[in-house]
Write a protein that binds this ligand. Structure first.
Ligand SMILES: Cc1cc2nc3c(=O)[nH]c(=O)nc-3n(C[C@H](O)[C@H](O)[C@H](O)COP(=O)(O)O)c2cc1C
Length: 176
């Protein structure tokens, strides 16, 4: 059985992006899903001096190992001030010190959601633009606007948006 990892670019215990990532993973048929949580990969703030003095933390290696050993990735990015959240950027920076092509060509469904009408799409697009230089293989993109109005009881309630995500989930399934 193929496997995918699903996670949010957030360390909120009630992360709406984690909820969306988990839901999206349930739409990918016949795969083993491992849900990851950035709270299990707490890392010090990246700094060159820190890296020179202490090396790269084990948890950055551990997370990268999860990426390397999976067949596909579902990532939903929280947006803070128009880009992806610092907790994700920090992990991204640490992992890039191990392997600049960290996404390793693994098929990825890249998503975002937020309480606002734009659904965090600005941060999503910034990430998509950058990931292409770093081993990114984005096979699907999806942004869920107005999370509070469109998501309830663990799923998307708006039919049109749900159909869009189903298509993206199929794309991911067909790519792994
Ligand atoms: C510092 C900060 C900045 C934010 N900036 C944005 C933003 O630029 N765009 C947006 O749609 N939401 C913004 N939000 C709201 C987040 O989208 C919201 O907190 C969301 O729940 C974050 O996702 P998460 O629950 O997965 O962590 C911001 C929230 C914080 C705390």
């Amino acid at each position: 059985m193929k496997k995918i990892v699903a996670f949010a670019g957030s360390n909120s215990k009630t992360s709406i992006n984690k909820q969306l990532a988990v839901y999206a993973s349930s739409l990918v048929s016949e795969v083993d899903v491992e849900v990851l949580d950035l709270n299990d990969y707490n890392l010090p703030l990246y700094g060159m001096d820190l890296e020179n003095e202490s090396g790269i933390p084990k948890k950055a290696h551990d997370f990268l190992d999860k990426i390397k050993s999976t067949d596909g990735i579902i990532l939903s990015l929280a947006e803070h001030n128009g880009t992806y959240a610092t907790v994700f950027k920090n992990l991204f920076d640490w992992m890039s010190r191990i392997d600049n092509k960290l996404w390793s060509d693994k098929p990825m469904l890249l998503m975002s959601t937020s309480p606002g009408a734009r659904g965090g799409i600005t941060g999503l697009n910034i990430a998509a633009d950058r990931f292409q230089y770093m081993g990114g293989n984005i096979v699907g993109k999806f942004s869920l606007p107005s999370f509070g109005a469109n998501f309830s009881d663990g799923k998307i309630t708006d039919e049109v948006l749900n159909s869009e995500l189903l298509e993206e989930a199929k794309q991911l399934k067909n790519s792994i």
